[in-house]
Unconditional design. Sequence first.
Length: 321
Amino acid sequence: MASVLPMQDADNFSLTESVFDYEYSFFYLCIHFNGWLFLTLELVARYENGRRYHAYHAGEYPLPNDEKEQDRLDMQHHLYTLLYDGDIYRAPISNGIKYALDVGCGTGIWAIEFADKHPDTQVIATDLSAIQPGFVPENLQFEVDDAEDDWQFSHPFDYIHIGTLAGSIADWRRLLRQAYDNLTPGGWIEVIDFEAWASTDDDSLPPDSAYAQFQNLLADAARDFGKELNLAKKFRQMVEEVGFVNVVDDSRKAPLSPWPADPRLKTLGEYMRIVMSDSLEPYCLALFTRVLNWNNTMIQAQLAGVRQDLKNMNYHIHTTW
């Protein structure tokens, strides 16, 4: 909201850099112009359960955007590169592509690496939260945008990257259709996500374990919230239904703890356990309080049991990326 005040009245107002109440964070911006003081109150963040959430289209994205979450997102990116042998993309794109788009860029770590690798490509990266660094490659532009809104880019893209947005999108077919409509002929889309539902090949995870209970609760809460989590195995069908051709499924299993005997998988499993432990709270906190009406004490008690299950090497749990 904004107010316009005569210049002579400006001294009657106390401007602060930031003001907090129970849920919201604001900043004031004042501009002097031709004897008038323009005072703007801008919403920049929401606070809930001790975590900070996005303000733009508040409530649409159930995960926080604070520094703790940013560290987790960067660790998740490094885990992905470990799983895919150092690659940050798998699509057979050339160095000569002109435009690329990263949808839901988070901290911007993927977009920055991609822009560095493709200095002649103009890269746009969008997210609900402006949490990206200020010093980035000259060919990279960050924009605050909601991927579920109508896309209004001024040009089509040769490559579109959509990474780990399960649980964030209500209508995936609409999103993929917009991506299809915003690709150049012969362009590529790459959708990367993981299955939030852990599985075993030997039924070693008991149905009454804390982890099994948790993932059932999380799946139900996400579905009731209107943004399903467990979609990784459905993406191929969805992109084909939209009209994409030459679809390649490069999904891989990843252990969620260091239970495998293979040294590489054991190392991967240890990283996965750390990332999963750090992911439990951000993925469930808003969903469990808003949808299931749990309090924080109940949530933390459940998560303590889940973290113990992640340390149990008798549970041969894995996910699919």
